[in-house]
Ligand binder design. Structure first.
Ligand SMILES: [Zn+2]
Length: 298
């Protein structure tokens, strides 16, 4: 989930800092007040925190380390800016983890618990794949101007694509659910890949065709499925590492996001990322045709 860009982020950690100092933890207080708990390492030693809160910190530290290792991401802006993790955010209790400029907020309970009673786990506040998804929103916000008007579906699709390519698993948010007797998750937030991996329903569906994604009232997380489906189609042709490198070239392509991005700019950025290599160009072209996203270029 994402919120509009509200403010500029503040540079707080040097680019050389490790993942645990690249995450700064805060406790939400009354109103908009927040208490700093310091770096992730310091916060993990704080006796005020619960074990689920410590697990949430570790999930975000893991997500930061994954993107550092796999995409060379240094801070949320490639210039060393730390991401803030806000714990005990009241809005997140009902809407789930969400991102704003420079911040990821999580609640004191699993927001899915009331929606999927009996199937969800009460003690999971943030999973690694959700942390990757929300961290990507923070990265995207850091690259947009204050007046940008981002297309929600594109942001959601890019965030899902980052998560599935970085953790090598096309199921999102299954860690919020209990497992059945066969060890299969009893649900997931979204399933970009094989639905047989989970034994229960997913929270949201995924649209695979551009024409469906731009239809009026298409839900933005579902519509983002066009982006992740395009990246999955590229992965099928070029492999995970190459697909991930293309995705990050698009995320880092300033021209694609200057005004918040558009479907046309996204497709063009993918073509630019393909460069002059004929095999890569063909794979991107075939993937854009597969999801119908090539129509945005016309
Ligand atoms: Zn999101």
């Amino acid at each position: 989930m994402a919120a509009p860009v509200t403010s500029r982020s503040v540079r707080l950690a040097p680019a050389s800092a490790g993942p645990s100092t690249a995450v700064l933890v805060e406790l939400a207080g009354p109103g908009s007040a927040r208490t700093s708990l310091g770096s992730a390492e310091e916060a993990l030693r704080d006796a005020r925190l619960t074990e689920p809160e410590r697990a949430a910190i570790r999930a975000l530290v893991r997500a930061v380390a994954l993107l550092r290792a796999r995409a060379g991401l240094a801070g949320i802006d490639d210039a060393g800016t730390a991401v803030h993790l806000v714990l005990r955010d009241h809005d997140a209790d009902t809407r789930g983890p969400w991102a704003s400029a420079g911040r990821i907020s999580v609640g004191a309970k699993n927001a899915l618990a009331s929606r999927a009673p009996g199937r969800s786990r009460a003690d999971v506040l943030l999973t690694v794949d959700t942390a990757l998804h929300e961290l990507t929103h923070v990265v995207q916000f850091a690259r947009m101007g204050d007046g940008a008007h981002p297309v929600g579906a594109i942001l959601e699709g890019i965030a899902d694509s980052v998560a599935i390519l970085a953790d090598g698993d096309d199921t999102l948010g299954e860690g919020y659910y209990r497992v059945d007797a066969q060890g299969r998750p009893m649900g997931a937030v979204r399933e970009v890949g094989d639905h047989s991996r989970v034994s229960g329903p997913t929270l949201g569906n995924v649209l695979h065709r551009y024409a469906d994604a731009i239809a009026p009232h298409a839900e933005e997380h579902a519509a983002g499925g066009v982006v992740s489906s395009t990246m999955v189609a590229i992965r099928a042709r070029l492999g995970r590492d190459r697909a991930e490198a293309l995705l990050w070239a698009v995320i880092r392509d300033a021209a694609a996001w200057r005004d918040g991005g558009s479907w046309r700019e996204l497709a063009r950025a993918l073509q630019r990322a393909a460069g002059t290599d004929a095999v890569t160009q063909a794979a991107v072209g075939a993937a854009l045709a597969q999801t119908g996203l090539d129509a945005a270029l016309r």
